[in-house]
Ligand binder design. Sequence first.
Ligand code: CP
Length: 318
Amino acid sequence: MTNDTTYHWPHKDLLDVTQLSEKDTLHLLDVAASFQEINSRPVKKVPTLKGKTVVLFFVENSTRTKTSFDVAGKRLSADTFALAKTGSSLNKGESLKDTGLTLQAMAPDVIVIRHPSSGAARFLADLLPCSIVNGGDGWHAHPTQALLDCYSLREAWHGQFAGRTLLILGDIAHSRVARSNMHLLHMLGVKLRLCAPRTLLPAGVNHWPVEVFSDLNTAVRDVDAVMCLRLQLERQQAGLLPDLAEYSRRYCLDKKHLSLALPEVKVLHPGPMNRGLEISNEIADDPACLVLDQVAAGVATRMAILYLLATRNDGGRA
Ligand code: CP
């Protein structure tokens, strides 16, 4: 945790990593580390957020983000409730504005929103006085994923980000995870490489602070970590890939590729994984693969996010 006793978390909302300074980020990771121990206790509950209410408003499918925010809130004794598209009045045509105002009328402290439209979290943050957390909006941003990835890498790299090299591999064009990680890890001094077929690179990638590769054997050489991305078949327009077998042959991370990286190389994946498409079975089940560590880090990181946002006006310090 930051030793600066004058530090105070300055943000009402968490919408994008671009709003975070290095100090905000490291403080949040330190708070997460202080909460991690609670997750291994026989009784995994503390009263820190007793009386606070957290809404999980998920208009798009999720396993990890939704359940880990739910677990995080409950472990801190917040009351959590979930609203999904299915079973709600969104399916009767109620607007995002009216749904947000309806939720606000129940006086929540934090709303976590996942939405297929980029900018949906910002829209609610401008509309409502409660804190808004972006749990993933369109192709735009997934800040809590990037923060938990940072947490995992900090553990794996013994706190040392500067000078490390991370390769982000796969469907970068459609990935809010890649965008958020690129911003956050660049700020922390990590050297970034991207590897993808040209059709899965975003427009404007030339302006990103990255090295771009199309050949995986070249891209993976001497990296400290590889972040595989899910091939987002549900977001793709037809014709971006000639065929999936060809994609897998060129871009599915396997042991042969990994042998070209540094000996202590780690593999990350935000999940859900398409085994055999972007990551081989042998790598997905290898000890170098941190995918389940990332899920565990997600609980601690989201505990920290809820704590910092829900207590920002309480004079609280972690
Ligand atoms: N990484 C991630 O956002 O996973 P979910 O879609 O399962 O929440």
